[in-house]
Design a protein around this ligand. Structure first.
Ligand SMILES: [Fe+2]
Length: 164
């Protein structure tokens, strides 16, 4: 694992202190995103952005709860990017270009149309794969059409017996 990501994971575990469910969620999403990205042959830079985003993607949840008492897909997207930027700046020297792309992806991680880039695509696939077993929401079951990568589709089949 990249040292920057190890440090970011440590910072995110601290950020989500007291919430093992959310901590284990992002750890799983990161693992699957890293795996799919590697098996799909992503270039190093795109893989780096994908993994950074996977670690931080749900950072908007605690800040939404603090501000509004609850969270939705929309508030996660609106509240997440600024918090993610703070954590990236605090925990390691992420370039401005990486920070901007990660913020964009977090601002769109529950937007399932106009998916641009393999980092965006694989982030969604990894998050859906985890949410299908964690979430009681039926919304995720309707999202299997989002899958594009062969690796993501094979995991969807092997984990949930969904055939695409
Ligand atoms: Fe998530």
């Amino acid at each position: 694992m990249h040292l920057q990501h190890a440090n970011l994971i440590k910072a995110m575990i601290h950020y989500e202190s007291g919430n093992p469910a959310r901590i284990q969620h992002f750890l799983k999403v990161h693992e699957l995103a890293a795996l799919i990205g590697t098996l799909e042959g992503l270039d190093e830079h795109t893989q780096f952005i994908l993994e950074t985003t996977a670690i931080l993607h749900d950072i908007g949840i605690p800040v939404s709860i603090a501000k509004y008492g609850s969270y939705t897909w929309k508030t996660q997207e609106s509240e997440g990017p600024a918090e993610a930027e703070k954590l990236m700046i605090e925990s390691g020297n992420f370039s401005q270009e990486v920070i901007q792309r990660v913020k964009y992806l977090i601002a769109h991680h529950h937007t399932y149309n106009n998916i641009s880039g393999m980092d965006y695509q694989i982030l969604l696939e990894a998050d859906i794969l985890v949410n299908l077993s964690e979430s009681v929401s039926k919304n995720y079951k309707a999202l299997t059409h989002v899958f594009r990568t062969q690796t993501g589709k094979s995991f969807l089949h092997d984990m949930y017996h969904v055939n695409l």
